[in-house]
Structure formats: C-alpha cells, structure tokens
Ligand binder design. Sequence first.
Ligand code: AQP
Length: 334
Amino acid sequence: MNEKKIVFSGVQPTGNLHLGNYLGALKNFVSLQKEMKCIYCVVDLHAITTFQKPSELENNVLETVATFLATGINPSKSIIFNQSAVSGHAELAWILNCVSRIGWLNRMTQFKDKAGSDKEKASVGLYIYPNLMAADILLYKASHVPVGADQKQHLELSRDIAQKFNNDFNCKDFFPLPEPLIPKNVSRVMSLRDGTKKMSKSEESDYSRINLKDSAEEIDKKIKKAKSDSEPIPESLKSLEKKHEAFNLISIYSELSKKSISKVLNEMSGKEYSFLKSKLSELLISEIIPVGKEIKRLLADRSHLKQVLQKGAQKANIIAEENLKNIREKVGLI
Ligand code: AQP
C-alpha cells in the first residue's frame, strides 16, 4: 500500500442511494481499498444545506453506512464515519471560506441547478457547499477523490483553493492538489425518464432511477418503462449522439456486462430496445438485488452501524487534529 496516496470521498445521506451513486462512486470506493488508504464519509453537513427532517436524517445516515458496507467497503481497511462527528471539517471550512473567492463560487453550476430560479431563497450553506467539500478533502490531505462526473467542477475548485492556500501562506506543496478519479464508461448515469438529467435521489419520479433497495419486480418494471427510442438499435455510436435515453441504457448495459459500447452495438444492432431492456434487467437484478438484501439485513442492527461510525470518527479525528494543528499554525491562529 502506498501510504502517501490518500483517498477521500463522501456521500450525502439524502435518501435512497441509486444506480448512479453505485456506478459513479461506490464501486470505485470498493476497488480503491486494495491500493490506497481510504476515508469514506457520510456527509451529513452537506445534506442539511437543503432542509432535512431530523428524524429522517438519522435514518438516512445509517442507511448510507449500511450501503457502504453492503457494497463491500470494509471498516477494518477503510475509515467510515459521519462528517459532523469530526468538528475539524467545519473549522477548516471556515478557514477555506476566507481563501475561496466569491467569483469562483458564482461559477458553480450545481448551485445554479439546485437553487433553481429563486436563488435568493437558497441557504447560504448551499452556496458555500463547495468550500466545505474542499475542507473535507484537504483536512486529510487526500491525493485522490473518486466521484461521478457531476462533481468534477467542485473538485477543480478544491484544487484552486488548495493552490491559493499554499501560495497565500507561503507553504508550497502543503496541501496536495487532489486528483479526481472519475469512472471512464459511466461517469454520469442519467435519469431513466429524461436522458439529459442525471439520475438523482431528489428527482420526484421514482421511475427515473434504480434504487439499490428496489425489488426485482420494481427494477424490471422501471427498465420496461424507461424511455428509449422508436428506431432499432443502431450500428454506430454516432447515431446515438442525440438519443440521450437510448445511449444511457446502452452505457449502463456496457458497464454491467463489461463489454465496450461498440461491442454491445455490434451484438445488438438492428434489434428493438425491448431486447436490450430484458438483458439489462437481468444484469441489474443479479448485481443490485444482493446489495439491497444486505442493506436491509444490516439496517436491522442499528447499534452495529452506529459503532462503525463511532470507531471511524475516532480514527478520522486523529488525522484531522494532527493536520489542523499545522493548518492553524500556517494561518497564524494560536
Ligand atoms: N447520476 C449519477 N451518475 C454518476 N455518479 C453519480 N453520483 C451521484 N449521482 C450520480 C455520485 O455519487 C456520489 C455521491 O453523490 P451524493 O449523493 O453525495 O450527491 P449528489 O451528486 O448530489 O447525488 P444525488 O443523487 O443527485 O443527490 P441529491 O438528489 O440529494 O442531490 C458522488 O461522487 C456523485 O458524483
């Protein structure tokens, strides 16, 4: 294991985790455990940038931990904890709020998407969310951050903030510039109802996503109802350029079947999308159903899940405090 390479990533406890979280992030989290020191965080402070019912938030935190474990994150190899249990995240976020620039935040497209047309009514937390994300990563001096493509812009901002801190406080290389690790094939799983929007927990229609806890019947029904195309599957990738929903289904199939998109097109061109859909349902059911069963089994023992979080928070806190001591010193805080 290369001790210098530190992986950090987080998932918001905002509801059912879905196929996008699984293919865009969680599968990568699991495989990175073999090569690097990994720190995986349930980012509850990010979740409250939009209102969360307190009783639901606790359940969602535990469900996210259960999902981490069910997908194969191993708490004896990786640190698993919830963000609010390590106060260094909030402290460093404040310091970085003073390093980051308003002009940089104004360019963040996720804020524009999530705040919608009435930006004045969005929380200040939602606006400065990318600074907290930079703090999450830099608190552990993480070198690598596995994320879906939707987080690329925030990662670039984290690098800018790290660079500016190193320049402002005259400490070259103090913070490493974190590298995003974005999956090559399906970096952005799109909604099953609208191929121009990413699959998301907060999208109103449950038919837009495959949840990791869905039953086989639900998966089958959602894939059958998913938008595709009235023309048969084409031979070339170019013909899929404007067919976002069809391209999305083919990409998911390509990832799960471990076949390249061109191989899938070779095998399926000329066939109707119903053919692809039935193959895709089979693959999804065999991959997702065992994960969902394990999540449900783990959720029956809430005290075990809380213990995993507590132990992880203790380990995370040791690293965070050590780094914060040096950060305070650099800034001149006594
Ligand atoms: N559709 C997606 N395709 C690929 N990757 C995705 N991720 C999320 N959606 C997709 C990746 O999953 C990780 C955790 O994301 P998150 O839940 O913390 O936040 P999010 O990106 O805001 O996800 P949602 O589902 O859209 O949540 P809500 O609806 O609550 O805002 C990240 O690495 C993300 O890239």
